[in-house]
Design a protein around this ligand. Structure first.
Ligand SMILES: [Cu+2]
Length: 147
């Protein structure tokens, strides 16, 4: 009887998205730099969800960017969100989609962990830490000075 009741409880649960972030990382920034970046692999074990915002205590604000080709030039563009399909994934990587940490309050140092919160449309808040790697680690092909 008890087993049966638990089974019913599971059926009654809404199909919440279950998004997790794998290997979130960032790059060290030179002194005086005002922007940093955030990369990770977002995995979704549940229903489709969408990243609708991000924030970090080290940045004035965090924007969601994608990289688009315009002729021969790669440019970054701010977007309103990242869709993560049901049972799928979304990759943030150099040269592609990335989080942009704007108005950095201090330089990011190699080896430290930077707290970051993602806001999901359905899944609530996802708190994670970006591990800061080398200044030149897998540098994106895009010029960030296009901002
Ligand atoms: Cu950017």
């Amino acid at each position: 009887m008890r087993v049966w009741l638990i089974g019913l409880m599971f059926l009654a649960l809404p199909a919440w998205a279950q998004v997790s972030a794998e290997k979130p990382w960032s790059r060290a920034t030179p002194p005086g730099a005002k922007v940093g970046a955030g990369f990770m692999q977002l995995k979704n074990a549940g229903a489709a969800d969408r990243v609708v915002g991000a924030s970090s205590p080290v940045a004035g604000r965090v924007e969601m960017h994608i990289t688009v080709r315009e002729g021969d030039v790669m440019k970054m563009r701010e977007v309103k969100g990242y869709d993560i399909p049901a049972g799928g994934s979304f990759e943030l990587k150099p040269g592609g989609a990335h989080l942009m940490l704007m108005d950095l309050k201090r330089p990011l140092k190699k080896g430290e962990k930077v707290p970051l919160t993602l806001r999901l449309e359905k899944g609530g808040e996802l708190k994670l830490e970006l591990l800061v790697e080398d200044l030149g680690a897998r540098a994106p092909a895009t010029a960030h000075k296009t901002h």
